[in-house]
Every structure is written in C-alpha cells, then in structure tokens.
Write a protein that binds this ligand. Structure first.
Ligand SMILES: [Zn+2]
Length: 159
C-alpha cells in the first residue's frame, strides 16, 4: 500500500476520531450561483453517501484520501471526478480551508462552477449528487465533518 503511494487506510487523530486517509483527506465544495437566487444564497453540490460508507446516508461533499505527496486540490478534483460526472476541468479554484485535527487534516477545496447541469453518480460511494441551495441545508442530515466545516467555509468564494 505504501509503496504505491495510496493513502487508503484508517487513522486516529489527536481528537480521538477515526478518519479515512493516512496522508489526510480532501473534498471538493462546488458553488454555483443561479440567476434569481436570493442575496447571499447560492447552490453547492452535495453527495448523498452510500449506506455502506462511513457515516452512510448523510450528505457531504465528494472527496477522499490523499495519495502520498498529492496536493489537496489535486485530490479533491480527482475524487470528485471518480465519484461523479462533474466536469472537474471546468471549475475555478477559489481557496482552501484546512481543518487540522492533529495527526490528520481535512482540506476543503472551494471552487466555482459557471453552470450547474445535473450531476450523476459514478462509482459506488454515492446514492445521489444534488445541487442544494445553501438556505436549504437545514433539511438534510449532514455528514458530521461537513456540518462542522460548513460555517467556516460558507463565505469562501461567494460572489
Ligand atoms: Zn479528527
């Protein structure tokens, strides 16, 4: 596993959680603002996580384990491309936010899309991908990591 540079594997952080990704993990937060959305509101692409996955059934962002030496944006774009039909070549990187748990980090890479076509599932890690208005997140059961991170990243990359 290490020889190939794969980061697949579980680690325990200094806060006592169990996390996926021995070199940390990264996720892609894709934002899109539609004409007619209320002031301060845009849409983000959320992944309904497969039941078998860690925190299965919750809603989060596409992402996964970083490979050895892989940058967080590279991981986030690679994972989103593996897990969905999103055109990851057509998004603009705005900024990143690092959540450092001690011994493990999760980097949220915030990007903007210029359009929001329907995004379909690739692979087995998702039930559905959906554009969700940011004022409608309260109706979904969010992945605990994303629920913690969202208030810290919600202003990054807004127009
Ligand atoms: Zn942790």
């Amino acid at each position: 596993m290490i020889a190939t540079g794969s980061g697949d594997g579980w680690v325990h952080c200094a806060q006592g959680h169990k996390h996926w990704g021995v070199f940390g993990a990264a996720g892609l937060l894709v934002r899109f603002r539609a004409d007619g959305d209320p002031p301060g509101v845009d849409r983000i692409l959320l992944q309904h996580r497969a039941a078998w996955s860690h925190h299965g059934g919750t809603w989060g962002i596409p992402g996964g384990a970083r490979d050895r030496g892989e940058s967080a944006p590279a991981t986030a774009l690679r994972e989103a491309g593996e897990e969905s039909t999103l055109d990851v070549g057509a998004v603009e990187i705005m900024d990143s936010y690092v959540d450092d748990h001690g011994g493990w980090t999760y980097t949220t890479v915030v990007v903007r899309a210029v359009e929001a076509p329907p995004v379909r599932v690739r692979g087995t890690e998702s039930i559905e991908l959906r554009w969700v208005r940011t004022d409608h997140l309260g109706g979904l059961e969010l992945h605990p990591g994303f629920a913690t991170t969202w208030p810290r990243v919600r202003r990054i990359g807004t127009l």
